[in-house]
Write a protein that binds this ligand. Structure first.
Ligand code: GLY
Length: 577
């Protein structure tokens, strides 16, 4: 995108909606063709959105690598085979829990550039400039994935797998190319007009002679291969310094981008305190701020623990009603209280407290919806005690890694860094550009999540590990913006309360509510007529989504072995050995 023009951006948004609709129609076919059985493995399991990435991870496990080695390998491979989401131009969160009881969480979320400020997406009348936080170079935060993956490998890898070995599969996939599946070809075709807006994206992702991609075509990414080789050779400096960093800054200068060489050099991923909670005796380890995912997940599970969820029919109107009431209370607190903990004092102890959850549900009426305008965030109290992708990995020792990574919307802001071959994120849209104005996911926010120099935008990513008898039991997470948290929660409830296996749990239909807008969103064919009628009778507004909700990729660990389940909504691959 050479310049920011309001009409172009509006057209782009409309075109993007059409693209999403086409993708939805296509995804439907995968749901119908779903294989209902979990994949079994005795020694290791990888579940990701890409066959080639899962294969690369399994090879590393077979070579003696641990779950971290394999997760890093999968992460780099996804940058090649799943450029719409798993990209080195973005960021993510990693949650790990080892069989020896050790656990950690690593935040490699993008950061606002040093020159970013709270008014950067507003015009002289303090109105939002349409599309600027999504479809311009200014929408990019400083990418964190490369730093995060390298840090995890150095600090927690087995020591048997070098950075070069972890990146080699990605280099080969980029340099020699990989064969597109039917779905991947269709997806690239659906985004053709979007790619056409950017010279570097057109060169790589629009087929020569302008013909449509088809199954079996080879996608070669020479520039990306060069970038990956530099990372393999020079480590983080191969990305945050030297030619790749210079190309990123050059891309910024083609538009209104703010990322400088200094921003890139200064970027550092951070270990954060894991968010801990329990649900019916199971321990939950999830991601803390700057993601809202873990705290909201535990807050909602704490509220739900007060209801006999396991005896209420799954996805009945009573079930969805309770869930919605809990969700609107949790998301109201998210909007007010959550942001980057380096800039804002997030009341994590309050949000994860069982006592707070009990108080928060006091005004839930089991027969009637509470309009969201009657719900607001709680006052901060000092309680004592306390288009994204997800992949899950377990190794033969029972160590588990749960990673969600994103460049925000599908193919980020559409800007491929010319000469470096990867899409840049549009994560700046996850900030609250203006108090009370919704972002791309309809989420609103306040001062806690206002744009500030070098701050991280609030995320909903919820990579999570559930422990049973103190050992990893469920490894789970999902893409889906604001729906990530409720998708992760519903999947956990499907397993713990409704005895589903991992494949059933990730494929089961889902619904979502988030305080504002005051609606329950449901998937196509997701609710039967009776349930809809009863929910409307209780006062709920229902909206069918154009597309499906999330793509949860999970693993259940048992004494017999590992069961992997890729979500039927996408072309996911669970591989065990
Ligand atoms: N970009 C979506 C999220 O981080 O929640």
């Amino acid at each position: 995108m050479k310049h920011l023009n309001t009409i172009n951006i509006k057209n782009m948004i409309i075109k993007n909606n059409i693209r999403l609709f086409i993708l939805f129609i296509y995804f439907q076919k995968f749901i119908l063709a779903a294989n209902p059985n979990p994949v079994f493995g005795k020694n290791g399991m990888i579940v990701s959105t890409s066959k080639q990435a899962s294969e690369a991870g399994i090879d590393i496990l077979k070579k003696g690598g641990n779950a971290i080695d394999a997760a890093v390998t999968v992460g780099f491979a996804l940058a090649v085979t799943s450029s719409s989401n798993g990209n080195i131009g973005g960021g993510g969160f990693l949650v790990a829990s080892f069989a020896n009881g050790e656990s950690f969480t690593l935040d490699h979320r993008e950061k606002a550039p040093e020159a970013a400020h709270s008014n950067m997406f507003l015009d002289e009348n303090k109105s939002i400039i349409p599309g600027m936080s999504l479809y311009s170079q200014a929408s990019s935060g400083v990418p964190g994935t490369v730093d995060g993956l390298i840090r995890a490998l150095e600090d927690y890898g087995s020591g048997n797998i070098s950075l070069r070995e972890a990146i080699n599969p990605a280099i080969n996939l980029a340099e020699r190319g990989f064969l597109l599946s039917h779905y991947e070809a269709r997806q690239l075709n659906a985004y053709k007009n979007f790619f056409a807006e950017n010279k570097a994206a057109s060169k790589i992702f629009i087929k020569q002679n302008n013909k449509p991609w088809k199954q079996g075509d080879k996608l070669i990414q020479k520039d990306l291969a060069k970038t990956l080789k530099r990372i393999a050779r020079y480590g983080r400096d191969g990305f945050y310094k030297g030619p790749v960093a210079e190309l990123i800054v050059k891309e910024m200068k083609r538009g209104n981008g703010l990322i400088t060489l200094k921003d890139l050099q200064k970027y550092s991923s951070k270990y954060r305190s894991p968010i801990l909670g329990t649900y019916k005796g199971y321990e939950i380890i999830s991601m803390g701020p700057p993601s809202s995912g873990g705290a909201l997940l535990i807050n909602m599970l704490n509220m739900l623990e007060n209801y006999p969820i396991d005896t209420i029919s799954w996805n009945s109107s009573d079930y969805i009603h309770i869930m919605t009431e809990v969700e609107r209370r949790a998301y109201a607190d998210r909007a007010e209280h959550m942001g980057d903990p380096d800039y804002w004092d997030v009341p994590v102890i309050m949000l994860t407290s069982k006592k707070y959850a009990k108080e928060r549900i006091k005004n839930i009426d089991l027969n009637k919806a509470t309009p969201s305008n009657l719900i607001s965030a709680s006052k901060r109290t000092n309680y004592e005690s306390p288009e994204t992708t997800h992949y899950s990995v377990v190794d033969k020792w029972g160590n588990a890694v749960s990673i969600t990574t994103t460049i925000n919307l599908g193919y980020g802001n559409g800007c491929v860094v010319e000469g470096a071959g990867f899409f840049l994120n549009n994560e700046m849209d996850d900030f609250s550009s203006k108090p009370g104005t919704p972002n791309a996911f309809g989420l609103i926010g306040n001062e806690a999540n206002a744009i500030e120099a070098e701050k991280r935008p609030l995320s909903s990513m919820t990579p999570t590990i559930v422990l049973k008898d103190s050992r990893p039991y469920i490894v789970i997470g999902s893409p889906g913006g604001s729906t990530i948290i409720t998708t992760t929660m519903q999947t956990i409830l499907n397993i713990i309360d409704h005895n589903m296996d991992i494949k059933e749990a990730v494929c089961a239909t889902r619904f979502h509510s988030q305080w504002l807008p005051d609606i329950i969103q449901y998937e196509p064919k997701g609710l039967v007529k009776d349930v809809k009628k009863n929910l409307q009778f209780k006062g709920h507004k229902l909206v069918q989504r154009n597309g499906y909700i999330g793509e949860a990729n999970g693993i259940i660990i048992t004494q017999d072995g590992y069961f992997g389940g890729g979500d039927c909504r996408g072309e996911t691959t669970a591989l065990g050995y």
